[in-house]
Design a protein around this ligand. Sequence first.
Ligand code: NAI
Ligand code: MG
Length: 369
Amino acid sequence: MATHKLLLLPGDGIGPEVAAEVEKLVAWFTRSGIAAFETERDLVGGAAYDAHGVAISEDAMKNAKAADAVLFGAVGGPKWADVPYEHRPEAGLLRLRKDLGLFANLRPAICYGALADASSLKRELVEDLDILIVRELTGGVYFGEPKEIVTLEDGQKRAVDTQLYTTGEIERIARVAFDLARKRSNKVSSAEKHNVMKSGVLWKQVVTAVHGAEFSDVALEHVLADNCAMQLVRNPRQYDVIVCDNLFGDILSDVAAMLTGSLGMLPSASLGAEDPATGKRKALYEPVHGSAPDIAGQSRANPLAMIGSFAMSLRYSFGLIEAADMLEGAITDALANGARTGDIAPAGTNSLSTTEMGDAILRELEKRA
Ligand code: NAI
Ligand code: MG
């Protein structure tokens, strides 16, 4: 059996608390002979700054590059409010994204039947929703140059951001989306605004070309990004995989997230380029939430976003599809059986601690083994 190299970077605040629940699951999978992991641990964020004076050490970066997948908790908190800007906790995450070349951000929006009443939409619209937003993460208007504020001769100021995409950048994100769609329900919706943006014209052309040349077995539709936002709150289940640029992806993934309830439920993945020799991709998996200093140290954090991120690593980095299905099924069953941490429990009802929720998932896994 192949041994999978996992680097755990728990980070700060609730990061270590939710990471500990994943470690229990890693141990369980290994114990039951389903998969073998070699797990390293290292520091990131404020924890790394306290120990080494930087948000991530060169050693930890070396470990991250050697790992098959990085599992990242969360970083930051009031304790590090005054550290020098270049060493702020978030710098650790940005360095990882940049040095690992993580250009594809995957944000699933899954609405578990048991939690459908926590959605901002009616149950019948979101029950069993399962969509995946594939957002380009390293290009577009957040990075394009020029990017500046200049003072004009008449004293006014003018701000400019530049939306910039190359054919190669669009091709590689399109391939990720089509590839993922093949493992799901084989449908990609590409969102852009070719009606008013040149980058949208190119986006649509390139996605169409990649589809025709390599993925004609996958259904492709083009949708204007503003219409996509409307459709997401009107009838979200029409979508499976949505692929879009950095800016539209930022907004559409937050819209989709709120269809599903709590921040404590949302996993994510960021993928890099495929190594042609091994077929492997650099990858980092992390919950969408931050370090939640308001509840840190109280075992109140919901570990399901982190556990869901681990499930994504099983699926997308390790090719352990059955194990991923098992773990996601265990989450569904635990919720169906009433397991709730405080963030997803109805007001006035009893809720589970972080560790109790981890144990509830373990029990469901054992039933499925
Ligand atoms: P946050 O996501 O940490 O918390 C927002 C709210 O959601 C809080 O009330 C928190 O208690 C709750 N919450 C978050 N995760 C939860 C969970 N798993 N279970 C139950 N409740 C949960 O965002 P906030 O408060 O804006 O930022 C706190 C710190 O985290 C800051 O230092 C910020 O910079 C950092 N941050 C780090 C991120 C990362 O590491 N990727 C992402 C976002 C924020
Ligand atoms: Mg956002």
